[in-house]
Design a protein around this ligand. Structure first.
Ligand SMILES: *Cc1c(COP(=O)(O)O)cnc(C)c1O
Length: 339
């Protein structure tokens, strides 16, 4: 039995999902003739109360498209130092949109409206890049699956309104935040101009992200997607997986969160563990005691059939997901206690 806890992207389509894929009605989505893609886009737009949604092959492409829609070359994007768009999208913000990122030194990938105000460049000070966009991530990936306080998000919206800035949410794991905090997609739709959500993380699809947004800003989204090579043909097979996941795989995220909390409390009690970051959703980040190397630790787990990854800076990460079964969970906790 291999217990793969490197990411919630390692899941494989379930039997029910495969059936949905096999039975999908498809067409050429570049002509917008794929009825399953159209149904998925309509469904997600409705969930968020937004007029437009567009299906993407990856979360990276959805985020990169959003950045392009909000900015012109030379502009600046405000985000956290842990942001996925800054750390894990291959430098795409500068490559695709010609923008720079102003990094906020936040707490677990989150920051305050006050910090946004301090980070933005006054538009008439032409020596500095023009601040155009504020981007946040919920849940935060490098921040250990932390969930934002919605009140702070609303305050940031006000700063964006006052200063004529766009507001984009990287919601790769927004589903986890919604379940953990008992929030709704609609309330997020109300405060953000654009939101990207992943279907291939906690929801268990093989591929797929969706970008939702207001009419005016989404007008050119399909052109940007085409330029980035994301116009796909009979892609309803993948959209069918997305529709299946929306129906079946959101509420069960609770289980992943509970398992992550169990893992954290077992880790906390082990002599080799230094600190465990607070667990709110499905990500556990911890550090080892001095003198224990992360690579040795990861290797010793690997020998027992458990895969996890190092995050750098002395941190190790575990992510729970829908293919991490109760039996695996029992086995893994036993392994951790015996190490
Ligand atoms: C995974 C992830 C993405 C998108 O990643 P893809 O692998 O391109 O789908 C974006 N933002 C965050 C926070 C993520 O964790």
């Amino acid at each position: 039995m291999i217990i793969d806890l490197r990411s919630d992207t390692v899941t494989k389509p379930s039997k029910g999902m495969l059936e949905a894929i096999m039975n999908a009605k498809v067409g050429d989505d570049v002509y917008k003739e794929d009825e399953t893609v159209n149904a998925l886009e309509t469904e997600i737009a409705k969930l968020f109360g937004k007029p437009k949604a567009l299906f993407f092959p990856s979360g990276t492409m959805a985020n990169q498209t959003a950045i392009k829609l909000h900015t012109n070359p030379g502009d600046q994007v405000i985000c956290d130092k842990y942001a996925h768009i800054f750390n894990y999208e291959g430098g795409g913000a500068s490559f695709n949109s010609g923008v720079s990122c102003k990094l906020i030194d936040g707490y677990r990938g989150m920051f305050t409206a006050q910090q946004v105000e301090a980070a933005l460049n006054p538009p008439d000070f032409y020596h500095s890049p023009l601040t155009r966009l504020v981007e946040i991530e919920n849940t935060t990936n490098k921040g250990g699956g932390a969930c934002w306080d919605f009140e702070e998000i609303k305050k940031i919206r006000q700063v964006c309104d006052t200063n004529n800035l766009g507001f984009h949410l990287d919601g790769a794991r927004l589903w986890n935040a919604l379940v953990a905090k008992n929030e709704t997609p609609k309330q997020y739709g109300d405060v953000f101009d654009t939101i990207s959500v992943c279907l291939s993380k906690g929801l268990g699809c093989p591929i797929g992200s969706v970008l939702v947004g207001d009419e005016a800003i989404m007008e050119h989204a399909i052109r940007i997607r085409k330029i980035l090579g994301g116009g796909m043909r009979q892609v309803g097979f993948l959209a069918a997986a997305g529709l299946y996941a929306l129906e079946n795989n959101i509420e069960r995220l609770q289980d992943d969160h509970q398992k992550a909390k169990d893992i954290a409390s077992v880790l906390q009690a082990q002599s080799y563990v230094n600190t465990v970051e607070p667990v709110e959703t499905n990500i556990v980040i911890f550090s080892l005691n001095e003198g224990i190397s992360e690579s040795d630790f990861i290797e010793s787990l690997d020998k027992k059939g458990v895969k996890i990854i190092a995050l750098g800076a002395g941190k190790v990460r575990i992510v729970t997901h829908l293919d991490y079964t109760d039996a695996m969970h029992k086995q893994f906790l036993k392994i951790l206690k015996a190490l």
